[in-house]
Design a protein around this ligand. Structure first.
Ligand SMILES: C[S@@+](CC[C@H](N)C(=O)[O-])C[C@H]1O[C@@H](n2cnc3c(N)ncnc32)[C@H](O)[C@@H]1O
Length: 223
């Protein structure tokens, strides 16, 4: 299993638990090249569609930016997993997500509170990376970049996030709260899938012990 496959497999039960009862249409914004949760959603009886320029080919996907996609049928839920922090205009995307939802529909967002990625958390992660291979994951590549940068962590991480045009978790939550009735906001393990022999429970234990910060946001809201 690749880190991305593990990430989706381990997140699915958390997302599933926040969805309204099926059947019904579900739109996933930024499902990624693996199709995100679309295969699991379809397996659970939802009429799921993944929207992402990098989506797999197939009738369940539109390979286009969400802002430019065909308006889907009113959805019982919209899901977005670590895609909003990459969007140029999160507010505009969430306005469209709101329009895509049927009245009372749910939005379930998994996001990164990257402002919580402090030096202690970064060092804890970098100490637990798998051995370097030709295909370094994003976290391993970031650790390599930091080591060669010679910069202090906070400055390096801020420069990196700015260069990537990445939104903070706080920004994303503010935009969500402006449009949806918040049902849940919870923080938890974010890095485990990129690490060697680290389970969600291991990462949670380090969070509980105050060694690292909880970087994963799970937000559920209602139209
Ligand atoms: C970090 S990946 C997350 C993929 C998947 N959701 C996951 O959790 O593994 C972010 C995805 O958001 C997609 N994305 C970025 N901007 C988008 C937009 N405007 N509309 C749709 N997808 C977008 C990217 O193409 C990328 O596949």
């Amino acid at each position: 299993m690749t880190p991305d496959e593990r990430w989706l497999a381990e997140l699915w039960p958390l997302v599933r638990a926040l969805l309204p009862a099926g059947p019904g249409a579900v739109v996933e914004i930024g499902c990624g090249p693996l199709g995100g949760f679309v295969p699991m959603l379809r397996g659970a009886g939802y009429d799921a569609a993944g929207i992402d320029p990098r989506a797999p080919e197939g009738p369940s996907y539109q390979r286009i930016e969400f802002e430019a996609c065909e308006p889907p049928e009113p959805a019982v839920a919209v899901v977005a997993c670590t895609s909003l922090h990459h969007m140029a205009d999160v507010g505009a995307v969430l306005d469209l997500a709101n329009e895509a939802l049927a009245a009372g529909g749910s939005i379930v967002v998994v996001e990164w509170a990257r402002e919580r990625f402090d030096e202690a958390t970064a060092r804890w992660c970098f100490d637990r990376l798998p051995p370097p291979t030709a295909e370094r994951g994003w976290l391993g590549a970031l650790g390599d970049e930091w080591r060669t940068s010679g910069q202090a962590w906070e400055a390096f991480c801020d420069d990196w996030a700015r260069a990537e045009d990445m939104h903070t978790g706080v920004d994303i939550i503010r935009e969500l709260d402006a449009r949806f009735g918040r049902q849940l906001l919870a923080y938890g393990p974010y890095f485990f899938a990129e690490l060697a022999d680290v389970s969600q429970a291991n990462e949670q234990a380090a969070i509980d012990a105050g060694e690292i910060q909880a970087n994963r946001i799970i937000y559920a809201g209602r139209r």
